[in-house]
Design a protein around this ligand. Structure first.
Ligand code: ATP
Ligand code: MG
Length: 490
């Protein structure tokens, strides 16, 4: 299996990563090796770059195949035509073309060397001439590695492989420079902390703290996309904690750091921030496989878990007798959630789903105290509507008490509620059953005028339907006639 080991030095993490990567690069589809040769023949450089290189070294498959090239877009297009792929424009103004051949999809961008206008949101694009220059303007060293084609030469001018082996996020150039050039990179740092489970290197982290407020010049959509990837990542707690600790959350999601309420002098309530992160992790544990109702990663469930208590700081009251209450925090929280999601330009459906969950997250607690009437159960189901399955999970996750008895009591009360929801649903299905023939058809077939006999016949046909399930029209008509004959004989 493994390569023969050197006598003197055992292969360390870096070498292992390199070996693993080389194997994966050799295993790239033949179409990709062919494409590399076509670029070489045309006198241009082509290299796989960024995400797919990083993921290959981590031993993960990557859906995107991103390339960087010395060729300008017109030359790239000509080569892609020769390759025989379907070509589309990914943003020619930014130097990017997409293409596909035999199920292999590629994205090719001309080397860049940006110049930045410190007051503008978007970097200005200018083409560069060297791969090192292109790599130097990328966000992190682990994303600034490339593999040339067709030679498979590995290019790593900033020590990305080493950082990858140690799980570190570090900017290739000075962090302050990189983050003021494009402040979105600060969000990308916390996003990758969640996705990859990496640490942010000290100087890079310090630069985030220093420049956090500059995230405000970035468009809400770009920030939102990174936030979604963070929350859907493998370790959202890590990413969120970094976002809060480095001061970035203050600008992106201020409701989160605001949950760090000091405890009152009697230590009567728990730290809502810590509780929230635990609820998020517990909600993630309740996600399902792809064929279940909440396939992981379920952003709506995760974000609702994160936002469910954000109304607490604004509704906190210290009552006489030292009690702390948060009356109507679910209503206030739902309003705050809608506002924040609108600011982050989330679509209407997602916003509505998350907001509704925040608003309903407490409703169940009345159930644990005393059983609900059937109509209260039905109202719970109708109010939750399409997010009922999410609400089940959010409510169950929203229990972080260390008191095992209490936790068990809540869980079994929720089991009971779900059982009643099922029973009611079944009952409603039964109630919706109608006989195969309606009153008008019955009157027609038996040539009857309206009267109590029609009701009798209808009742009989309903019995038949309940006992035997649906029948064809002919069969039902036959059964009706049989009943009528037997009745006339009596
Ligand atoms: P994934 O696609 O898995 O989310 P990725 O690393 O491919 O991760 P993308 O957003 O697709 O991330 O970006 C592709 C590559 O472009 C990155 O690996 C990085 O090298 C570079 N990059 C993307 N955004 C920036 C940015 N804001 N500043 C600098 N480099 C960036
Ligand atoms: Mg990508």
């Amino acid at each position: 299996m493994s390569e023969p080991e050197n006598e003197t030095s055992r292969p360390d993490a870096v070498e292992q990563a390199r070996t693993r990567a080389e194997k994966m690069f050799r295993a790239l589809p033949q179409e990709i090796h062919d494409l590399g040769r076509l670029f070489e023949d045309a006198g241009h450089e082509l290299a796989l770059v960024g995400g797919p290189v990083r993921d290959a070294i981590l031993g993960r498959s990557s859906s995107d195949l991103d390339f960087t090239t010395s060729a300008r877009p017109d030359d790239t297009e000509a080569i892609l035509k020769r390759w025989g792929g379907t070509i589309w424009d990914m943003g020619r103004d930014f130097g990017t073309l997409g293409a596909q051949k035999a199920g292999v999809q590629v994205e090719i961008t001309t080397y860049r060397s940006e110049t930045y206008d410190p007051l503008s949101r978007k970097p200005e694009v200018s083409y560069g001439d060297t791969i090192d220059g292109d790599l130097s303007r990328r966000d992190f060293t682990v994303n600034a590695m490339a593999v040339r084609l067709p030679s498979l030469e590995f290019i790593d001018p900033f020590g990305g492989l080493e950082d990858l082996a140690h799980g570190l996020l570090r900017t290739p150039v000075r962090a302050e420079q990189s983050f003021s050039d494009d402040p979105l990179r600060m969000m990308r740092a916390v996003r990758f902390a969640s996705q990859l489970g990496f640490e942010i290197e000290d100087a890079t982290a310090a630069a985030v703290t220093q420049l956090a407020e500059r995230i405000d010049i970035v468009s809400a959509e770009r920030v939102r996309d990174e936030l979604v990837k963070l929350i859907n990542g493998a370790e959202p707690r890590r990413g969120l904690e970094q976002m809060v600790d480095l001061g970035l959350a203050e600008y992106v999601l201020p409701e989160l750091p605001a949950l760090r309420l000091e405890r009152d002098e009697h230590h009567h309530h728990k730290d809502v921030y810590e509780h929230t992160l635990t609820v998020l992790e517990q909600a993630i544990d309740l996600e399902t496989d792809a064929d279940g109702p909440c396939p992981r990663p379920d952003f709506v469930l995760r974000f609702a878990a994160l936002m469910h208590d954000i109304g607490k700081p604004d509704t906190r009251r210290f009552e006489k007798g030292g009690q702390v209450t948060f009356r109507f925090h679910e209503i206030v929280g739902a309003r705050m959630t809608a506002k924040r999601m609108k600011q982050l330009r989330f679509d209407k459906d997602t916003t509505k789903a998350v907001t509704r969950l925040v608003e309903l997250h407490l409703r169940f607690h009345g159930y644990a105290d005393g059983e609900w009437t059937d109509s209260a159960v039905r109202r719970y189901v109708t109010d939750a509507g399409p997010v009922l399955q999410h609400l089940h999970r959010l409510t169950r996750a929203d229990c972080t008490t260390r008191n095992k008895r209490k936790a068990r009591r809540l869980a079994s009360a929720y089991d009971d509620l779900e059982r009643r929801i099922d029973e009611l649903a079944q009952q409603e299905e039964i109630d919706a059953i109608r006989p195969d023939l309606d009153g008008r058809q019955i009157m027609e077939i038996l040539d009857l005028a309206p009267g109590p006999v029609v009701g009798e016949a209808y009742k009989h046909m309903l019995e038949v339907r309940m006992d035997e399930g649906p029948l064809s029209q002919e069969e039902a008509t036959e059964r009706l006639r049989a009943w009528w004959r037997a009745r006339s004989v009596d």
